[in-house]
Write a protein that binds this ligand. Structure first.
Ligand code: NAD
Length: 321
């Protein structure tokens, strides 16, 4: 007997697949809704046999919930890596708008708690550092990244409006850079790119001078923060991320050392509107969720490297068709 059902949109993606796993382990039935735009069935293959797990391949904007007992929606569907959303900017905007509206409607009809996965990108290239939730951001509304940033800003506004107009039980989390197993090697994000390059002994590409910083959070910590927020009654927005800030150049050197590679580090062009600094203020999460990351960056990188190494070993060892 499950405690209730949770819909996880984007459940076949990197974060979504970890959330599906956690919800099942916590005793909930899980419906994973994903159109496989950037997700993979391999991410949820180990869950398919579970009686209380269902996969629905569809666009979130078209999804209809027919079951009973819905307690929550974790709305994570969206292209997330710049390489992905730059490829499908219109779809990204519409997922943030129409997909979010559809899921909010379901939450309203079913009286379920709705949690929106927003992003640190709503702060744009920030002029306040670190970024507290009260900072309104510095986003270029017509820049190349705007399809993602503005989709999330619209989704936050729509979520807030549903709460105000319909009394829908909503929560917004603003996620900062997260990493771990099940990222795609070639999704364009720095960590999978650098790890794959180091493992292959290929030149490791750092954009610009590499002095731009990010704070990177291990996926297990992030999932814990999301579930604490889900079962709180706080509307957010609430930042979730690591406060340990590292430059991209230092990160590349650290990954190279952990892999034990002697790959050279090469500098390539920096993308337009790429933020120079990024670090969350997580005082709110500490206060309302008693949450802070507990996995060290090095431990998180080690387990991610092990996962990528195992993936490339299984590809190399696979029989040729
Ligand atoms: P991901 O690309 O691995 O996962 C996104 C998933 O959403 C994919 O499985 C994709 O197929 C699915 N999807 C996209 N559009 C869809 C649509 N219209 N209908 C149904 N499914 C759709 O990315 P991720 O890193 O796991 O990110 C998940 C969520 O978390 C995103 O909303 C992203 O904005 C947010 N987020 C992630 C990070 C991070 O560092 N990973 C940081 C901030 C915010």
């Amino acid at each position: 007997m499950v405690k209730g059902r949770i819909v996880v949109t984007g459940g076949a993606g990197f974060l979504g697949s970890h959330l599906c796993e956690r919800a099942l382990n916590d005793g909930y039935g899980v419906i994973c809704v994903d159109n496989l735009l950037t997700g993979r069935l391999a991410n949820i293959a180990h869950l398919m046999a579970a009686e209380e797990f269902a996969f629905v391949e569809c666009d979130v904007a078209d999804y209809a919930y027919h079951g009973g007992d819905l307690v929550a929606i974790l709305h994570f569907a969206s292209a997330a890596s710049p390489a992905d959303y730059l490829r499908v900017p219109v779809e990204t905007l519409l997922t943030g708008a129409l997909g979010t509206r559809r899921m909010l409607e379901i939450a309203r009809e079913r009286d379920a708690r709705f949690l929106l996965a927003s992003t640190s990108e709503v702060y744009g290239d920030p002029q306040v550092h670190p970024q507290p939730e009260s900072y309104w951001g510095h986003v270029n509304p017509i820049g190349p990244r705007s399809c993602y940033d503005e989709a999330k800003r619209f989704a936050e506004a729509l979520t807030t409006a549903y709460r105000g107009v319909h009394g829908t039980d909503t929560a917004i989390v603003r996620l900062f850079n997260t990493f771990g197993p099940r990222m795609r090697a070639h999704d364009g994000r720095a960590i999978p790119t650098l790890i794959s390059q180091a493992l292959a002994g290929e030149p490791m590409t750092v954009t610009g001078d590499g002095l731009q910083t990010r704070s990177i959070c291990y996926v297990d910590d992030l999932v814990e923060g999301v579930f604490r927020m889900l079962w709180s009654d706080h509307p957010g927005p609430c930042n979730l991320g690591s406060t340990y800030e590292i430059s991209m150049l230092d990160l590349a050197r650290l990954i190279r050392d952990l892999v034990g590679s002697d790959a050279p580090i090469v500098h390539v062009g920096r993308p337009t509107d790429d933020p120079r600094v990024r670090r969350p203020d997580i005082a709110l999460a500490a206060k309302i969720l008693s949450w802070e990351p507990s996995v060290s960056m090095v431990d998180g990188l080690r387990s991610t490297i092990r996962w990528f190494a195992a993936q490339s070993a299984s590809v190399i060892g696979a029989p040729t068709p």
